[in-house]
Structures are given as structure tokens and as C-alpha cells.
Design a protein around this ligand. Structure first.
Ligand SMILES: Cc1ncc(COP(=O)(O)O)c(C=O)c1O
Length: 372
């Protein structure tokens, strides 16, 4: 398989652990293992203490899948496959697609969402977010570009990197379009639960469409990226079978300790997510204030969901130059749009972590050096 370099992941591996302030991360503040174990009920404590480090079920431990199923309206334990989140993208693309298939994928996007399909040999068409409509993915565009041979439509809401949250009407319209063509829908829901208005949360696509394959993971809303655990959900039994057969070639089963930790976290979902949303609200207030002080340099719209936003630089300097300067001079990591192959004007900022005030202070102090 000839697959392109994953630009964002290479950029992070170069800078993430050497820079002083990470203002580009997409996860929430990592939760400590001790904090999580302190939330465990008696049954989960017993699971944790008696855990054997052997292989687990390929689909994921039953106790975990029972807990996961509660998130959805109509998904049972046999309609779930526990995996690493990015592995879920790899599995789904390989289970759904063949060389020559037509795929429509949201753009800008987490690169794996388009690149795995491209490496399989598919024709990938970009469905571009409309900045003027708050980075909306307009279903009217989809309607015009979907084809009889479109095999797959790829969506992501809340969206990385813009923080856009689709409306229920737009999701329903997208599903209608996919259904009319018999296309699969891959719905990346990694940032679910991070809607600032709880009423804005969408149903999972697998609850509204029989040919949807949905991805969620513990990395973002639960601050558990290091547990490397998530899952795919689909009501399509044949597809689930194909996904499981492919997983035999990637990880066979998931990490046994992570399965227990994810179960504990899901049972404490309310308090973990509330604390993360509270931090996000505080951080966004700080970013609002910062960007308000520099309207001549930045175009900023507070995003409604998720942990990331995609402000525009109003300068002749490129985002690569600006971000490079901020890394070297201010020790602040920002992610330029080139990592998303999305021109030179935007950059991703992340606001799910602690320490944002210090990062913004360092940024502000060194802003003159960027010579915008
Ligand atoms: C939209 C999206 N999907 C999938 C993933 C992969 O998640 P993980 O890094 O936990 O494998 C990410 C990670 O940033 C993401 O932003």
C-alpha cells in the first residue's frame, strides 16, 4: 500500500513533547489513572484488581460493549467492534472500499479519513467546509456531487479542525442523500459529547442510517488518548463481520487494561465530560479575549463544539511562517493549515487542555516577532 505521509502526526511527533506550550492539541486534559480508579464502583474495582493480561474478545470485552451500547438508541453489543480509534478508520475504509470507488470526504479533514481511501485506489472528492457559513458542510453541495457510483460519504461532526457542529437537519439531509444512492456513510464522531449546548448533540449516524459505520473513542471527551481505545458501531451485520475479520490482521483484540479503564470512565461519563466542558468554556473565553485584542491580525469565530478551532490569519505572512515563529520564539505549538493541505491562511488552535492562559500569554508576548 502506497500511503502518503500523515502530515499532522509527523508534525506532532516532531514538536509535541519538546515545546513548552501545546496550543494545538485536540484532546481534553488527560485524566490520571489514579483519578479514574477512584471513580470505580465495586464491580469495576474487582475487574481492575483481578484483571488478567491475556487476549480479550476480538469484538471487545462484553462488559465494555454493554456499557458502550447505552450511548446509542438502537445498537446492541454485537453491533460494536472495540479498536484503537485511528485503527477504526483503517478497518472501515478497507472493509467498505475497493480500488476505483468514488468517495466523498469532508475537507479539511483528519488526514486518515481521506488518505486510506486514496491509498486503496479510490477517487476521493473533497466536500469543502464553507467558512462563510460557520464552516458548515452544506448538503446542497453533496446533492450536486454525489454519483450513482459513490460508495462512501465521510463526515465528521463535531469537526476537526474547525469545531463546526452539523445541525440535525443537515445530518438528516446527508443520510437521505446517502440512502438514495445506497452509499455507506462513515461518521467520525470522535468529538461527540463536547457540544457546548447539550441540545445540539446529534444522534449517532448509526442510529439513523442502516449503512452508517460510526467511530467514537475515549481520546477526546474523556481525556484518555493514551488508553488507545475506541470503537466502531454499525447495524450492517455483513459489514461488522468484515470489520472483525480485518481486525485479525491489525490488533486481534484491544488492550485488556484499557477495556476496564474505558468501562470505568463510561460509567462516570457525566462528571468527566462536565469537567472537560467547563474547562473548554473557560479556555474559549480566554481565546475570545485574545482574538478580540487583535482583530487586524486574526479572523476568529468561537466554535460551538469540540476542542479545536481554525482561525484565519489576516496577513501576507503564511500560517507556516507564523506557526514556525511561534514555536521557535514563544515555545507555543499551533498547527498550520498546510498540515490539512488547506492553503496557507488558517491554523488550528486547541482548547481542551489546562495551561491555556500561559500559552496565550507567551503567544501575546512574542506576537511582535511574527511581524504580521
Ligand atoms: C477526527 C478524528 N478522527 C480520528 C482520530 C484518531 O483518534 P486517536 O488519535 O485516538 O486514534 C482523531 C485524532 O485526532 C481525530 O481528530
Amino acid at each position: 500500500m502506497m500511503i502518503e505521509t500523515f502530515r499532522l502526526e509527523r508534525f506532532f511527533s516532531e514538536h509535541e513533547f519538546s515545546v513548552e506550550h501545546n496550543l494545538a492539541a485536540s484532546d481534553c486534559e488527560p485524566i490520571s489513572q489514579a483519578e479514574l480508579i477512584a471513580m470505580a464502583g465495586d464491580d469495576e474495582l474487582e475487574l481492575w484488581e483481578e484483571l488478567k493480561l491475556g487476549y480479550t474478545e476480538t469484538a471487545g470485552a462484553t462488559f465494555l460493549r454493554e456499557e458502550i451500547a447505552r450511548i446509542y438508541q438502537g445498537i446492541g453489543t454485537d453491533q460494536l467492534l472495540v479498536c484503537t480509534p485511528v485503527e477504526g478508520i483503517f478497518l472501515a475504509m478497507n472493509a467498505i472500499l475497493e480500488a476505483g470507488d468514488h468517495v466523498i470526504c469532508c475537507y479539511p479533514e483528519y488526514q486518515a479519513l481521506s488518505e486510506v481511501a486514496r491509498a486503496i485506489g479510490c477517487e476521493v472528492e473533497r466536500w469543502e467546509a464553507d467558512e462563510k457559513q460557520g464552516w458548515r458542510f452544506d448538503p446542497r453541495w453533496l446533492e450536486r456531487h454525489v454519483r450513482p457510483d459513490t460508495r462512501l460519504i465521510v463526515i465528521n461532526s463535531p469537526h476537526n479542525p474547525t469545531g463546526c457542529q452539523a445541525s440535525l437537519r443537515d445530518l438528516e439531509r446527508t443520510v437521505e442523500i446517502a440512502r438514495k444512492r445506497g452509499a455507506y456513510l462513515f461518521s467520525d464522531e470522535m468529538y461527540m459529547f463536547l457540544e457546548q449546548e447539550p441540545g445540539a448533540r446529534l444522534p449517532s449516524a448509526c442510529d439513523v442510517y442502516e449503512r452508517a459505520v460510526c467511530l467514537f473513542g475515549m481520546s477526546k471527551a474523556f481525556g484518555m488518548a493514551g488508553a488507545r481505545i475506541g470503537w466502531l458501531a454499525t447495524r450492517d451485520a455483513g459489514m461488522m463481520e468484515r470489520l472483525a475479520r480485518l481486525k485479525d490482521y491489525t490488533t486481534i483484540c484491544s488492550s485488556a487494561p484499557s477495556e476496564v479503564l474505558a468501562t470505568i470512565a463510561l460509567k462516570s461519563r457525566g462528571s468527566i465530560v462536565a469537567a472537560n466542558l467547563e474547562r473548554i468554556g473557560r479556555n474559549l473565553d480566554l481565546l475570545d479575549d485574545f482574538f478580540e485584542r487583535y482583530p487586524e491580525y486574526f479572523y476568529w469565530n468561537r466554535p460551538p463544539a469540540g476542542t479545536v478551532a481554525f482561525p484565519r490569519l489576516l496577513s501576507s505572512k503564511s500560517a507556516d511562517e507564523f506557526c514556525g515563529k511561534m514555536i521557535s520564539e514563544a515555545g507555543v505549538l499551533l498547527l498550520p493549515a498546510s498540515m490539512f493541505d488547506f492553503g496557507e491562511s488558517h491554523f488550528r488552535v486547541g482548547f481542551g487542555r489546562e495551561g491555556l492562559a500561559g500559552a496565550v500569554e507567551a503567544l501575546e508576548e512574542h506576537l511582535p516577532e511574527a511581524d504580521l
